[in-house]
Design a protein around this ligand. Structure first.
Ligand SMILES: Cc1cc2nc3c(=O)[nH]c(=O)nc-3n(C[C@H](O)[C@H](O)[C@H](O)COP(=O)(O)OP(=O)(O)OC[C@H]3O[C@@H](n4cnc5c(N)ncnc54)[C@H](O)[C@@H]3O)c2cc1C
Ligand SMILES: *[C@@H]1O[C@H](CO)[C@@H](O)[C@H](O)[C@H]1NC(C)=O
Ligand SMILES: *[C@@H]1O[C@H](CO)[C@@H](O)[C@H](O)[C@H]1NC(C)=O
Ligand SMILES: *[C@@H]1O[C@H](CO)[C@@H](O)[C@H](O)[C@H]1NC(C)=O
Length: 497
């Protein structure tokens, strides 16, 4: 079969019609969701000789959270943007294989500003860097000693980092929240360390570092190229614009009903939905998922990392600095982390498209996302005018990705919260009858990252292939999770008589 050229892959995907209403589709495996983990699951099924599958995807293209959009004359990444961890990281390998264009960015090429202009935060920045190293060491030490998890906040205080000034808080936000998309108070100290993008033990000697994708074919290009190796043009196994509404499952099979009125019957289903989706009622289950499963799913966090895209016809900022951090006097994280896309090596300065954008997370993201665009534009213009001590013009272009309220995602990527145990995570991932679960969050080592989605999706494809060819590999789960120390018991909180 002759495949279409590279450039037409998304056009070919777009050409696939939605599954007609009232149709019945049958397949051995229904892969629910066409993001990175769904593509990886399908790839491994095919490698194991299982070609009777369908990929069911609500959007009109594959890629999921790998999603570039046109903005002010260039294509920017609405979702994932960095190859995080180089070396043997499979995402790095795919980037090399398909010649993805990236730039090595440098988060130390940064300046700090408050509401009166430029400030010197070198001292705070260095102190925070040391504290971050110290809490990582602490996590390793505590784990070796079999001690229970603590929050990153508790760990920071233990190593002597207690940010009280707005500058210290701004530096911390840039070094912590800008990565995990949640603050140290809710984040696990253990898993922030385990889930380490530069962790040498996992990705080989030269793994350190991140590459920022600037490829105008989009980050998704490398995943679509992989999909093209096993999907034909107009492949009937690709059901785009098909939104899963209900999943009915038993010991013998799965029946999926779609919003468009179709039904898909499969021997096995692989859910790749984000945990944001699984924590809400966008997809319903018949029967309801068991409590042990729901506790695992509901306890994990779907964080939100909102990249507020802005562009000006004429730059007013220092175009040689890659990053600018803003310390708001009142609100931690208020329009904190700015990224300059016309820094040397990124995009050329242009008379129509100079992108300088800001990332907000967690509460700041929910707040911004809920505002009308005009209100957001007003806020950023005001904050920039105070940061630069002069009247900054309104942005000529703005795009607000609203991931948190999008029913196909309900956030951007997962974060391991304090209180979630290993057993909870195992339950979150464990199959329920004929339904298997994968996706970024299900990867214990690389949740939050593309490699988590790719590796876990592939493993799940392998497991389901075994189910079909021989018997399902046994997966552990915990019907009840008890206190580690049987002697410990909860006593009712005392009240004054
Ligand atoms: C803003 C942002 C920044 C990020 N930055 C990075 C980064 O720099 N580096 C990195 O490694 N990772 C990053 N990530 C994380 C990375 O993008 C994800 O880990 C990965 O793309 C998740 O893939 P997935 O297949 O698990 O999930 P998804 O991509 O969410 O795939 C699930 C699919 O299911 C579909 N779907 C949902 N509901 C339904 C339904 N009811 N019916 C049918 N289909 C449905 C969705 O449309 C989606 O295509 C970022 C993510 C975001 C959003
Ligand atoms: C600016 O970018 C747009 C879109 O890429 C391009 O069409 C235009 O030629 C560029 N202009 C300059 C001056 O480089
Ligand atoms: C900024 O502060 C650091 C340490 O406090 C100092 O060493 C450095 O010289 C200062 N930089 C400038 C430009 O004043
Ligand atoms: C990641 O691991 C490396 C090597 O063990 C360590 O040097 C680095 O500080 C860690 N970084 C984070 C953010 O945990």
């Amino acid at each position: 079969m002759k495949f279409l050229s590279l450039a037409t892959i998304s056009a070919f995907a777009l050409a696939v019609a939605a599954a007609p209403a009232n149709t019945k589709t049958k397949a051995k495996v229904a892969i629910l969701g066409g993001g990175v983990s769904g593509i990886s699951a399908a790839k491994n099924l095919v490698a194991q000789g299982i070609t009777d599958f369908v990929i069911v995807e609500a959007r009109d293209e594959l890629g999921g959270r790998a999603h570039d959009i046109p903005f002010a004359g260039i294509r920017v990444e609405k979702g994932c943007n960095w190859v995080q961890g180089l070396g043997t990281n499979p995402i790095n390998q795919l980037a090399k294989k398909w010649g993805l264009k990236t730039v090595t960015d440098n988060s130390d090429n940064v300046e700090f500003r408050d509401n009166h202009g430029l400030i010197n935060a070198t001292k705070e920045y260095n102190e925070f860097s040391d504290a971050l190293d110290a809490i990582n060491d602490l996590a390793v030490k505590r784990q070796k000693n079999h001690e229970v998890d603590i929050s990153a906040r508790t760990a920071f205080k233990l190593v002597g980092w207690n940010p009280l000034t707005s500058v210290e808080q701004a530096v911390e936000y840039y070094g912590f929240d800008w990565e995990f998309a949640e603050d140290p108070d809710v984040t696990s100290n253990y898993y922030a360390e385990v889930n380490n993008d530069s962790y040498d033990g996992n990705f080989g000697k030269d793994s350190d570092g991140n590459n920022f994708v600037v490829d105008q074919r989009g980050f998704k290009h490398i995943f679509l190229q992989e999909a093209k190796q096993f999907l034909k043009p107009n492949d009937p196994r690709l059901l785009l614009k098909t939104t899963v509404k209900n999943i009915k499952y038993s010991d013998s099979g799965v029946t999926i009903s779609t919003k468009e009125g179709g039904v898909i019957e499969a021997d096995y289903a692989i859910s790749t939905f984000s945990i944001g989706v699984l924590q809400n009622d966008d997809v319903t289950w018949t029967p309801e998922l068991p409590d042990w499963k729901r506790v695992g799913l509901f306890g994990f966090h779907m964080a939100t990392y909102l990249k507020l895209f802005l562009a000006w016809d004429k730059p007013f900022w220092d175009i040689n600095k890659e990053y600018v951090v803003y310390a708001d006097p009142d609100n931690r994280g208020y329009y904190n982390s700015w990224q300059n896309l016309i820094a040397p090596g990124f995009f050329p300065q242009n008379t129509t498209s100079n992108v300088f954008f800001v990332t907000v997370t967690q509460d700041q993201a929910y707040r911004v996302e809920a505002l009308p665009d005009a209100e957001i534009k007003k806020e950023v213009t005001e904050v920039l005018s105070s940061m630069y001590g002069k009247k900054v013009p309104e942005p000529d272009h703005m795009y607000v990705p609203r991931w948190h309220s999008d029913p196909l995602y309900r956030g951007t990527y997962s974060n391991w919260p304090i209180g979630e145990l290993d057993q909870h995570h195992i339950n979150m991932k464990a199959p329920v009858k004929r339904v298997w679960f994968t996706g970024e969050a299900m990867s214990k080592d690389y949740f939050g990252f593309l490699q988590g989605a790719w590796i876990d999706g592939g493993e799940t494809g392998d497991n389901v292939a075994q189910c079909i060819k021989k018997s399902c590999p046994k997966q552990p789960y915990y019907p009840t999770i008890k206190l580690a120390n049987e002697k410990t018991s909860f006593t009712k909180r005392q009240e004054w008589a």
